[in-house]
Design a protein around this ligand. Structure first.
Ligand code: OAD
Length: 231
């Protein structure tokens, strides 16, 4: 049975009102990565880092899934093979749209992580500096998101899925951040057919067999309908 592996990025949540990173007015245009998305930045100024993620957590909690999230959930339900969704996004919109078993390789805003013992728990809407870990009481709570210089989560599992993929799709991602940007090459090595769905060509566009450009709320439902109709 054909296995589909899908990588999503910030572009899939753009039409739900969540800003992307590198587009005009994006998060990395307004904030310095080294201040808010590195372990060193957190050590220097944890209050600034918490304020950044608190604002994003509150905003993400208010956002609604869009037609692209819902279409991928439908694909998961109706496709006879496995459909694995790997997301770089820290929002929970795939799950809110009905998807299951989503692999959050860059973590999740709704999670808190103890930097001392590794314990994980549900983050309050606003985290504060020095909040004690419920397991070990160390005052080292941090958002459960992956920062630059840290290893993304569940990489072995992701590579196992890519090795078995018949179809690989990258949706709403600029292809500028590794290791996710190299997943297409893993998929090609496994013999998968590859497709990019993005607003505009990504940095890695030439690696894909097929491309569909436009807003995710249009291209993703159309692609899913084609896949399901083809059977
Ligand atoms: P980027 O902001 O780099 O790229 C977003 C992509 O989405 C761009 O290629 C846009 O053209 C596209 N896009 C924008 N609006 C869209 C729409 N309505 N429909 C379809 N596509 C649209 O975001 P990511 O590629 O997700 O990591 O960034 C990857 C990682 O870089 C993030 O996970 C984050 C960031 O630094 C960490 O923080 C570790």
């Amino acid at each position: 049975m054909e296995k589909i592996v899908i990588l999503t990025g910030a572009g899939i949540s753009a039409e739900s009102g969540l800003g992307t990173f590198r587009d005009e007015g994006g998060l990395w245009v307004q904030h310095r990565i080294e201040d808010v998305a590195t372990p060193e930045g957190f050590a220097r100024n944890p209050a600034l880092v918490h304020a950044f993620y608190n604002a994003r957590r509150v905003q993400a909690a208010k956002a609604e899934p869009n037609a692209a999230h819902v279409a991928l959930a439908r694909l998961q339900q109706d496709w006879p093979g496995e459909v694995i969704i790997v997301t770089q996004n820290v929002d929970g919109l795939h799950e809110a749209g009905g998807a299951s078993d989503v692999i959050h390789m860059h973590g999740i805003l709704a999670g808190a992580l103890c930097a001392a013992c590794g314990h994980r728990w549900t983050a309050p809407p606003e985290m504060a500096v020095g909040e004690p870990c419920p397991a070990c009481a160390a005052p080292t709570a941090r958002p459960d998101v992956v920062w630059f210089g840290e290893m993304p989560y569940r990489m072995d599992e992701i590579y196992d899925h890519l090795a078995e993929a018949s179809i690989f799709a990258a949706i709403g991602t600029s292809g500028q951040v590794y290791p996710a940007a190299a997943f297409v090459h893993e998929a090609i090595a496994s013999g998968a057919r590859t497709i990019e769905l993005n607003l505009e060509p990504s940095a890695g566009v030439s690696s894909f067999d097929e491309t569909r450009f436009g807003p995710a709320t249009e291209t993703v439902p159309q692609w899913v309908a084609k896949l399901l109709g083809r059977r």
